[in-house]
Every structure is written in structure tokens, then in C-alpha cells.
Ligand binder design. Structure first.
Ligand code: HEM
Length: 214
């Protein structure tokens, strides 16, 4: 229904890019408050998480509502998620910690929310590097799909990171946790259903095999 080069693609792209525009505008116009680095960093982090969660929602949307077209934008949305998380971590490393590697290491070791965030970030990197058509060919679709299942670990890590860093009101982390576990639950349920459906014929095949060898 919608071509990749269509208006929808550009709307999705602009929608994904608009938070960068907003943060740049607020930075230039001095609207990031008393602690612009922290505000900007948190803004980038939360958008990273949002795009990763939206990425998880696409398959259930396709399978449950029949919206096959949403899958065309999965890579764009996933790469924007990666971009925001990368910008979030770069802001922390460069502007918040001034590349003070011992201080960053101390944070990673001492603060569980940073440890979990870093784990998620390290897992996200290979997904970004292997997101080109060339890398899909090189890895083979099967291995590529297996590797990209890491996203089912990365998003919960991002949510946990958020949970641990908020001091009192956990409404927003809880909101992302509910969405994440709903989408993951749908995937598990679908995988279980698939296995159940294929089990019958597979066991018949095994039985037939064993009959023929005896
Ligand atoms: C998958 C990776 C990650 C995701 C999805 C993520 C997401 C988030 C989110 C949603 C927030 C809270 C934003 C808000 O309060 O509105 C946040 C805050 C923060 N994140 Fe991350 N993050 C990730 C990785 C990291 C990493 C690797 C680091 C550092 C090495 C990091 C450092 C921080 C810091 C310092 C804060 C702010 C804490 C504060 O203001 O007290 N994050 N992140």
C-alpha cells in the first residue's frame, strides 16, 4: 500500500528526527533549564527508549492487526533508537563526565543503573553495525535474525536502567515496563503457538523415520 519512498516514509523519518530538532532548538535558545546537560541527556535517553519500545510493537501490530506496512519502517525506527541512545551515552561520557575514564568506570562498577545501561548499550552496538543490507547478506538472514533477537534483552535492560535511576515516582518507568512486557509476551505467546502447531507433523516425521530404519 505504501512505497518506501512515499510520503509516509518521510513522515516517519521526520517524526523520528524531530526530537533532535527540539533539543537543538532548546539548547540554542537556552530552554534546557538550570542543568542543560542533564536535561538534554535524559531527553535523549527517554527518546532512545521510546523508539526501541516502538520497534518492539511493530511485529505485534502486524500480526494482531494485520498492519503489514509498519514493518517497512522497522529498520528506520530501530536505527533512530540506537542513534538516541548513542547520543545519550555520548552526552554522559563527553559533557557530563568530560571523558574522565576512571570516573566513568567507577560509575559503571558502583551504580547498578549505569551497569545495566552500559550492558544494554554494548549489546545495541552490534545491532547497529549489522543493520546494513551488506551485513545481512554476510551474516546470512538466519544468523542476522538470531543476533537481532538481542533487542528482547536490550529493551528490558533499558527499562530496568530507568527504574533504578528514578528516585520516587516510578510512573513512567512502569509505563514503559508494561508496554515492553506486553510486546515481549505477545512474541513468546506467538512462538509457543508456532511450536505447538509444528509439533504434530514434526513428531509424525520422526516416527516415520524411525519406522523406516527398523
Ligand atoms: C539501552 C541503553 C540505554 C537506554 C535505553 C537509556 C535510557 C535512559 C532513560 C529513559 C533515562 C531517564 C530519562 C528521564 O528521566 O527522563 C536515562 C537516564 C540516564 N542514563 Fe541512560 N540509557 C541507556 C544507557 C545508558 C548508559 C550506557 C549510560 C552511561 C554509561 C547511561 C547514563 C544515564 C544517566 C547518567 C542518566 C541520568 C541520571 C540522572 O539524571 O540522575 N544510560 N537513560
Amino acid at each position: 500500500m505504501f512505497a518506501r519512498s512515499s510520503l509516509v516514509y518521510w513522515i516517519v523519518w521526520l517524526g523520528c528526527a524531530s526530537p533532535v530538532g527540539f533539543v537543538a532548538y532548546w539548547l540554542v535558545t537556552d530552554h534546557l533549564g538550570a542543568n542543560p546537560i542533564n536535561t538534554g541527556m535524559r531527553f535523549l535517553g527517554v527518546w532512545g527508549l521510546r523508539f526501541l519500545v516502538i520497534g518492539l510493537a511493530l511485529r505485534p501490530l502486524r500480526d494482531l492487526l494485520g498492519w503489514a506496512w509498519v514493518m517497512r519502517y522497522r529498520r528506520t525506527i530501530g536505527l533512530f533508537g540506537l542513534f538516541y541512545v548513542f547520543a545519550h551515552v555520548s552526552t554522559y561520557v563527553g559533557l557530563d563526565r568530560f571523558f574522565d575514564l576512571p570516573a566513568i568506570w567507577a560509575d559503571i562498577v558502583k551504580r547498578p543503573y549505569i551497569t545495566l545501561g552500559m550492558l544494554g548499550f554494548l549489546m545495541l552496538m552490534p545491532l547497529g553495525i549489522t543493520s546494513t543490507n551488506d551485513m545481512i547478506k554476510r551474516l546470512g538472514p538466519r544468523n542476522w535474525r538470531r543476533l537481532h533477537k538481542l533487542v528482547y534483552v536490550i529493551v528490558p535492560l533499558g527499562v530496568l536502567h530507568y527504574f533504578l535511576l528514578v528516585k520516587s515516582d516510578v510512573t513512567w518507568p512502569l509505563f514503559y515496563a508494561v508496554l515492553t512486557f506486553t510486546f515481549l509476551g505477545v512474541r513468546v505467546w506467538q512462538a509457543y503457538g508456532r511450536r505447538h502447531r509444528t509439533e504434530g507433523p514434526r513428531s509424525v516425521a520422526v516416527n516415520l523415520n524411525s519406522e523406516s530404519t527398523t
